[in-house]
Design a protein around this ligand. Structure first.
Ligand code: IPM
Ligand code: MG
Length: 369
C-alpha cells in the first residue's frame, strides 16, 4: 500500500473544527479504501505562538518540508492582535509559502447550482460559474524589500512596502495559468496595473512573451486589475482563468469567493515547482476563508472549503483524480439534498452543524464509491 504523508496544521478559530471533518474523511478513506494516508499534526498561527512564542516552530517547518502535502486550516484572531509583528499569526502562513516556495496559488470559484440563490448577485449572473484565479504567491508587495516603518525624526514616520517582480516569477506563474487553461476553456485573462505601476508594465510584457513563445493556442486577454474587479461582479462568467500578482490576487479572490454564495465554500491549492527528478511538487491546501473568530467553537462553521481543499490535495498532490471527482460530487450531493450550514442557509434548506455537514459528506462519498 502506498504511503501518503500529510501534515495537518489546523491553526486557530474555526480551523480546527473544519479540519476535524477532513480527519473523518481521511480515516474513512484509509479504512474503507486502503488509501494509506499517514497524518501528523502541528501548530501554526496564534496556537503556535501560545505554545512556543513563534507563528510556526522550526520543528513544524521541517515536518512541512518532509510531507507530501500540508493541509492548513486558518490563522489569527483578536486574541493575538497585540503580539509583535514578526510573530503575528499570519507570519506562520507566509513562512510556509516562502520557505516551501509555493509560488502558484490556485483559487477556483465554482458556484454550485444549489447555492446560486445564496450569492449576493442575481442567480443568472452566478449560476454555473466556474473560474480559476491563479495568484502569484511568493513575490510582490508581500515579500519585497525594503519593508519597514522608518522614523523621519520630525514627528513623522514612513511606512514602506515594495512591489517587485522579476521576469522568471512572471514567466513561471503565467506558465501555470496557461497550462491549466488548456485543461479548461482555454482562456487566460491577466490582470495588473500597467497604467500606474512599473511592475505592471513588466508583468503585462512577460505574460505576452510567454504566451507567444509557448502558449499561443490559448486565448489571452489583459485587463487592468481595478476594471477586472468590476467585471468580476458585473459578469463573472466571461472569465475562465485569471492570472494576477500576490496582492491583486488576494483581493480579487475574495471577491470571486463571495460570488459563489459564501466564503465558506472556497478551497485553494498552493503549489511549488515540480521536482525535475520525481515530478512531485511541494504543496499546501487551505480554505480561502479565515479563522472567523466570531463563530469559532460554536459548531456552525462551514467545513466545505476545507473538505474541497482536501479534494484539491487528492487531485494535485496524489493524482487521485477519481477520488477527487467523487469527493467534489459528494459535496454537490449534500447541497442538492438541501443540507446547509448557517452561512449558506436559505428558504427550504435544512440547517446542519459543522460536524453534521462533515458526516453527510463522508456518507455521500461512500454511497458514490
Ligand atoms: C489569504 C489571506 C492571507 C493573505 C493572510 C492570512 C496573510 O488573506 O490567503 O488570502 O493575505 O495572503
Ligand atoms: Mg486573502
Amino acid at each position: 500500500m502506498a504511503t501518503r504523508k500529510l501534515l495537518l496544521l489546523p491553526g486557530d478559530g474555526i480551523g480546527p473544527e473544519a479540519m476535524a471533518e477532513v480527519k473523518k474523511l481521511i480515516e474513512m478513506m484509509n479504512a474503507d479504501f486502503n488509501t494509506g494516508f499517514q497524518t501528523e499534526e502541528g501548530l501554526v498561527g496564534g496556537s503556535a505562538y501560545d505554545a512556543h512564542g513563534q507563528a510556526i516552530s522550526d520543528a513544524d517547518m521541517e515536518k512541512a518540508m518532509a510531507a507530501d502535502a500540508v493541509l492548513f486550516g486558518a490563522v489569527g484572531g483578536p486574541k493575538w492582535d497585540g503580539v509583535p509583528y514578526e510573530v503575528r499569526p499570519e507570519a506562520g502562513l507566509l513562512r510556509l509559502r516562502k520557505d516551501m516556495e509555493l509560488f502558484a496559488n490556485l483559487r477556483p470559484a465554482i458556484c454550485y447550482p444549489a447555492l446560486a440563490a445564496s450569492s449576493s448577485l442575481k442567480p443568472d449572473v452566478v449560476e454555473g460559474l466556474d473560474i480559476l484565479i491563479v495568484r502569484e504567491l511568493t513575490g510582490g508587495v508581500y515579500f519585497g524589500e525594503p519593508k519597514e516603518i522608518i522614523d523621519l525624526g520630525n514627528g513623522q514616520k514612513r511606512g514602506i512596502d515594495t512591489q517587485v517582480y522579476d521576469t522568471f516569477e512572471i514567466e513561471r506563474i503565467s506558465g501555470v495559468a496557461f497550462e491549466l487553461a488548456r485543461t479548461r476553456s482555454n482562456k487566460v485573462c491577466s490582470m495588473e496595473k500597467h497604467n500606474v505601476m512599473k511592475s505592471g508594465v513588466l508583468w503585462k510584457e512577460v505574460v505576452a512573451q510567454t504566451h507567444k513563445a509557448k502558449y499561443s493556442d490559448v486565448e489571452l486577454t489583459h485587463m487592468l486589475a481595478d476594471a477586472g474587479g468590476m467585471q468580476l461582479v458585473r459578469w463573472p462568467k466571461q472569465f475562465d482563468v485569471i492570472v494576477t500578482d500576490n496582492l491583486f490576487g488576494d483581493m480579487l479572490s475574495d471577491v470571486a469567493a463571495m460570488l459563489t454564495g459564501s466564503l465558506g465554500m472556497l478551497p485553494s491549492a498552493s503549489l511549488g515547482a515540480p521536482d525535475p527528478k520525481t515530478g512531485s511538487r511541494k504543496a499546501l491546501y487551505e480554505p480561502v476563508h479565515g479563522s472567523a473568530p466570531d463563530i469559532a467553537g460554536k459548531g456552525i462553521a462551514n467545513p466545505i472549503a476545507m473538505i474541497a481543499s482536501f479534494a484539491m490535495c487528492l487531485r494535485y498532490s496524489f493524482n487521485m483524480v477519481e477520488e477527487a471527482d467523487r469527493l467534489e460530487k459528494a459535496i454537490a450531493g449534500v447541497l442538492d439534498d438541501g443540507l446547509r450550514t448557517k452561512d449558506i442557509l436559505s428558504d427550504g434548506g435544512t440547517e446542519v452543524s459543522t460536524s453534521q455537514m462533515g458526516d453527510a459528506v463522508v456518507a455521500k462519498y461512500k454511497v458514490l464509491a
